[in-house]
Design a protein around this ligand. Sequence first.
Ligand SMILES: [Zn+2]
Length: 302
Amino acid sequence: MAEPLARRLIDTWADQIRSGFILGDPHAPVETRFVPDPESGVTFRLRWLPHRELRTDTGALESRGILNPDRDEAALLRDPRDPSGRHCFLCPSNVRICHPLEELLPIRAGGRTWLAGANFAWLAQNHFTVMTDEHVDQLFDRSVIEAMLDLQDQTGGEFRIVFNGSHAGATIPWHLHVQITTDSFPVEEIAPHRISRYPTPLRVFDGPRSIAMDVADYVASWEERDPHHHRVNLLVSLREGVPIVYTFLRDTRVTVARNKGLMGGWEVAGVFAYSDRRPDFEGADIESVRAAFAEVRPPDAP
Ligand SMILES: [Zn+2]
């Protein structure tokens, strides 16, 4: 029996597929390659998701009704720090103007208001971006992990919650957001005695809700060492009824791998998403996967 929030999210996802808002066919099997890692015991998952190429194709998005061709550009909120001059893709007011088909589901979590919107360029099943109602920076602190744990709790553990540090997977650093999905991640398979053999710096926190403070302290100690470059990616999941937080150390200087492209929170948690670079997808093996992880290892990770 699904929790009310999980039910509402899953129903919204189905509605958004029916309305034509979701690219590709999320019901069709995704071409997937499984790459076992004998070192960590984790089997990495490489997914071919060509529909994601359309996310930057303004003409295609307009003709499908995903992007409003009559949007009033002058009415869109822009962050003055964004060198590209683009509007903020996550401001709810901008979403309402640009994507009239998108349903925004309001959620209270961690003492603030968030809005969940289905990700039309989805990476996984029931993939939503959950953004704050206010335009505030993508900074990690204790309130963010508390909101992530709260969100997960409200979905009865059916949804995983992912946080990407700004310029370390998150390409929109001006607006606080997390991503959620009902799909699992390969890193969740890791046995405790093998955590140190995972191919990128990983700390796992589990236990009761007081883990929020432990995670926040751990992340703060990393980010304070080099505030310009040190970031994290986080995954909140549930194991045997207990919340578990996977914390990956990141550095804004090393976020792209030669044989993969951008390495975000999904990749460090074991899901490599490809939408072009077909030869890299087909040719990947455990050596190239570990090489991609090695390229984004923070230079001064412990
Ligand atoms: Zn915004």
